[in-house]
Ligand binder design. Structure first.
Ligand SMILES: [Fe+2]
Length: 207
């Protein structure tokens, strides 16, 4: 498998980069609905399960059931159900609920549309397809836990190889924020101006 290279941190040991997603784990308060959704609706297989009365990494005494659902490449989405957990706290801003999400790769735009139809057929409210500036195309929906999921396919074969532009953008974002603070201006306003100026590039080379 190809290992990504990083230009950050010249003292780093060579090739010390995680290989791929192993699992992404969330808490569920309804493992029955979760198992039904990930197997029957999303077509994943139950890959593994664990019972324990103590968290191995921290020693915390949380009796739990842990379940993993396997995708096509062997990576998994995992859940923990503890008995009698209270509902989680609400987000302090809706941006958290929109931006925090898990995106799963599907093969091509036709598959995105097949998924869209399948989700609708199963009464799962779904947004999209959304074309993201010619880079990827995606649909969005929620699992029974309220976790926002995305099914996405690249439209640009190099969608995850724009490292140079990405580094420039990161530097620009940080510099704009720092400069606004140093000048006593509102960083949010300065960033909005920068974003609106930068967006012009999509009109010419991406959309
Ligand atoms: Fe996404």
């Amino acid at each position: 498998m190809e290992k990504p290279t990083s230009t950050l941190g010249s003292n780093r040991p060579a090739n010390l980069v995680p290989m791929m997603l192993n699992h992404l784990a969330y808490v569920t308060r309804d493992v029955a609905a979760t198992a039904d959704f990930y197997t029957r609706i999303l077509g994943m297989e139950i890959a593994s399960t664990i019972f324990d009365d103590r968290v191995p990494s921290t020693g915390e005494e949380f009796p739990y059931f842990h379940i993993f659902f396997r995708m096509g490449d062997g990576s998994t989405i995992a859940f923990f159900e503890c008995a009698d957990l209270p509902a989680p706290a609400k987000s302090s801003h809706p941006a958290y609920d929109t931006f925090n999400h898990c995106a799963l790769w599907v093969e091509n735009p036709a598959e995105v549309r097949r998924w869209h139809a399948w989700l609708q057929e199963n009464d799962v409210p779904v947004l999209g397809p959304v074309n993201h500036k010619g880079i990827i195309e995606s649909i969005y929906f929620h699992d029974p836990n309220g976790i926002r999921l995305e099914l996405t396919t690249p439209l640009d074969p190099d969608w995850n190889r724009h490292a140079e532009q990405a580094q420039t953008d990161l530097t620009c974002w940080l510099a704009t924020k720092e400069q606004a603070k140093a000048e006593g201006r509102d960083p949010a306003k300065a960033l909005l101006e920068m974003i609106r100026e930068s967006k012009k590039r999509y009109a010419t080379d991406r959309c």
